[in-house]
Write a protein that binds this ligand. Structure first.
Ligand SMILES: [Zn+2]
Length: 394
């Protein structure tokens, strides 16, 4: 970690597009020591301090990707590949993918499921300085029903005792979040259909209760409307995908449930693939439009949305969060809102403090881009600097 002075045409401190024109940030160790108008901050900086200037660019908080699977390689058959690869080799690939995230401006990432605590091992290696990478929050092994979604990772549970035991095991490993597959998933052959419940509402409540005993939030994977409703009543922290599907793959958008999500402060991560533009080719224009409009419906109702990519699944690369953010631009959200979804709102949704804004005392998670992402999100592709926890990564 080195102390540094960063200056830029503007500093987006967040949230709501709050910014300082001709601003600067002083970094000391792993923290932000000061932020403000450039001339003021320059006076605080010791002489000879390394300085990075982006006069036509923007400093903003490091980005948060709330939904990835580092264990998957984003190839044609990520699950099969992971199954055929030994842990140590997987760990090497995971370290490379973590570095891709970091280089693309992601300084915090939530990993929502793998096996044998691999993402936790990677997290510790990153935190210890052995390998570069973003801050990793890991769910470890996702809980699923027998034969259910991603059961090959070893998280099959049936009944209350098994649910509690698996959560305790994840907590003991060092997980920061508990992932529960509330409904089926498209990647898993056999098992419940994507819209079908894998757990009862009571079982989801047990999971929330046991996770809370360890101070952990629960993130549920839920495509089905029934599963979404049950998860909301059980009091989960985040809902992943949230595609409101019902029997046969039809859609059932329930406004009462959406309003409960909002009133309970549950965050929804749609985990929209960076490759969302290709979705219509795969499922048909009409179905894609309907799915997209359901996301717009949630946004219009004020459901708290946070950014995520599902990076690692087929066609979801680790260095393309900005492509997923463009989906929300397509839905009509403002750039300021979209940046919040990947910074302040994401931090809040994930229950982490000390990151997501540029403010004194926050972790020094800062990126610099050329141009102004409040005007054009594509500026996020032109990254000039990445600092994660005070360490310069790019
Ligand atoms: Zn996922």
């Amino acid at each position: 970690m080195t102390d540094a002075l960063l200056t830029a045409g503007q500093v987006i401190t967040g949230p709501n597009g709050a910014r300082i024109t001709d601003g600067a940030v002083l970094v000391r160790g792993d923290r932000i020591a000061a932020v403000g108008p450039r001339e003021e901050i320059e006076r605080l900086a010791p002489e000879g301090l390394p300085t990075t200037a982006v006069p036509h660019g923007t400093l903003l908080p490091g980005l948060i990707d709330a939904h990835v699977h580092l264990i998957f390689d984003g190839g044609a058959t990520p699950l099969e590949t992971a199954q055929q690869t030994a842990d140590e080799e997987l760990l090497e690939g995971m370290a490379e993918r973590a570095q891709q995230l970091l280089h693309s401006g992601v300084t915090t990432v939530r990993d929502l499921g793998d096996r044998n605590g691999l993402a936790i091992r990677l997290r510790d290696a990153i935190a210890g300085g052995a390998v570069p990478g973003p801050r990793v929050l890991s769910a470890a092994t996702p809980l699923t029903s027998p034969g259910g979604h991603l059961h090959v990772f070893g998280g099959e549970v049936a009944g209350e005792d098994a649910i509690r035991t698996m959560i305790r095991r994840n907590a003991d490993l060092g997980a920061e979040v508990i992932k529960v597959m509330a409904t089926g998933g498209g990647m898993t052959k056999g098992g419940p259909a994507i819209w079908q419940n894998q757990f009862t509402e009571h079982e989801l409540s047990v999971a929330v209760d046991e996770a809370a005993c360890h101070g952990l939030p629960v993130a549920v994977h839920a495509h089905g409307t029934d599963g979404i409703a049950a998860a909301v009543r059980a009091g989960v922290a985040t809902i992943e995908h949230c595609t409101w599907m019902t029997e046969g793959g039809d859609f059932d958008l329930r406004e009462d449930v959406a309003m409960q999500i909002k009133s309970q402060g549950i965050s929804v991560c749609t985990a929209t693939s960076p490759n969302w533009r290709g979705f219509a080719e795969r499922v048909g224009q009409e179905r894609a439009e309907y799915l997209f409009s359901s996301m717009r419906w949630m946004a219009d109702l004020g459901v708290p949305l946070i950014a995520g990519t599902d990076a690692g699944v087929t066609r979801a690369d680790f260095d393309k969060l900005v492509n997923s953010l463009e989906f929300y631009e397509y839905l009509g959200l403002s750039n300021a809102k979209i940046l919040d979804m990947a910074t302040t709102d994401a931090a809040q949704g994930l229950g982490i403090t000390g990151t997501g804004q540029i403010a004194e005392g926050q972790r020094a998670d800062i990126i610099a881009v050329e141009g102004d992402p409040l005007v054009d999100l594509r500026a996020l592709r032109d990254i000039r600097l990445v600092i994660a926890g005070g360490k310069r990564a790019r």
